[in-house]
Design a protein around this ligand. Structure first.
Ligand code: NAG
Ligand code: NAG
Ligand code: NAG
Ligand code: NAG
Ligand code: NAG
Ligand code: NAG
Length: 260
């Protein structure tokens, strides 16, 4: 902003310009980042942030994508599809798996297609999860089992049973976080929003590289700026121009130097 008004910072026209720039940011910034408030299950002040992404898109439902990390409990397309309510054949094909039951090495990031839709105020994809263990709480299901793709707040607001009354065998609705492109995003040829599950050590540039997208579009989509921190087991939206493909963990090694 200094670039636009170096010496007349307090002048009327400059203030107006600054306001216009800020307003533009807000319009382009599509969904606010959850900023680790998913940890605070009982704080109503963060309800709008934690319960889901606003239904502010052009369409009330759309194709969208999630990322999920394989682990010993969910280690093939059938198991992951069962947990996330997605088609195993599609998971296998997007992620270039040899079959729907082929074991996936632990900690592999997978792309999972889901149908996102607006449910009153928030975009979400509903799945059902049956409690297996008496240590499971809304937080543990949302954070540990679903890896932050849902939140305790979203689950508590859509299930009648209180946190203290959960019992093994109970079926819970798990609203997975997803969103459809806004008109601004659609105007920039963005076709899909992928809900990326942040993990340890992720930076904006790392995530942008994984999907071959511009870092700034990710910042804009989440109302974030470069200097802000993102936390493990939170979701950010990655705007995509094309259908996502298998996530490559490390860039292909460079071709050997020509010998002379
Ligand atoms: C949440 O959003 C609704 C509707 O936009 C608004 O009325 C309410 O004040 C918001 N709540 C908070 C805590 O921001
Ligand atoms: C998503 O919607 C498409 C089109 O309506 C449908 O063919 C597909 O089976 C749906 N997928 C899931 C996992 O519900
Ligand atoms: C997909 O897997 C096949 C066989 O495992 C391999 O030849 C091909 O290079 C892989 N494609 C991508 C995009 O990883
Ligand atoms: C969230 O889940 C992850 C993965 O299981 C775990 O490592 C982490 O400690 C959990 N976070 C909290 C605050 O319990
Ligand atoms: C998802 O669940 C909510 C209940 O919280 C419901 O209102 C909504 O219609 C469901 N959406 C779909 C697509 O079934
Ligand atoms: C929890 O269970 C007790 C005993 O059955 C019942 O009185 C109470 O209303 C329940 N609370 C919630 C929030 O489900």
């Amino acid at each position: 902003m200094e670039m636009f008004c170096p010496r007349m910072l307090m002048s009327k026209s400059c203030v107006l310009l600054v306001l216009l720039v800020l307003e533009n940011r807000v319009i382009q910034g599509q969904q606010p980042y959850i900023n680790n408030h998913q940890l605070d299950c009982y704080n109503a002040a963060y309800d709008n942030l934690t319960r889901g992404f606003d239904c502010n898109g052009v369409q009330s439902s759309c194709q969208s994508y999630l990322t999920f990390r394989s682990n010993p409990l969910y280690n093939n397309a059938v198991g992951i599809g069962y947990l996330l309510g997605a088609e195993p054949t599609q998971i296998a094909s997007i992620n270039n798996l040899t079959s729907e039951v082929a074991p996936i090495p632990t900690d592999t990031q997978l792309v999972v297609p889901v149908n996102c839709s607006c449910s009153s105020m928030y975009y979400q994809y509903n799945v059902t999860y049956r409690l297996k263990d008496k240590t499971e709480t809304y937080f543990i299901v949302a954070n540990n089992t679903f890896q932050g793709l849902s939140t305790c707040q979203a689950m508590m607001s859509q299930n009648k049973v209180g946190d203290k009354n959960l019992s093994v065998g109970l079926d819970l609705l798990v609203p997975l976080r997803c969103a459809c492109p806004t008109s601004n995003q659609a105007a920039s040829a963005i076709k899909y929003l992928l809900t990326y599950m942040v993990t340890w050590g992720n930076s904006f540039s790392y995530i942008a590289d994984l999907f071959g997208v511009d870092q700034q579009t990710i910042l804009d989509a989440n109302q974030l700026s470069q200097d802000q921190t993102i936390y493990p087991f939170t979701t950010i939206l990655v705007p995509l121009n094309t259908t996502p493909t298998k996530i490559e963990h490390s860039p292909p090694s460079p071709p050997p130097a020509p010998a002379f």
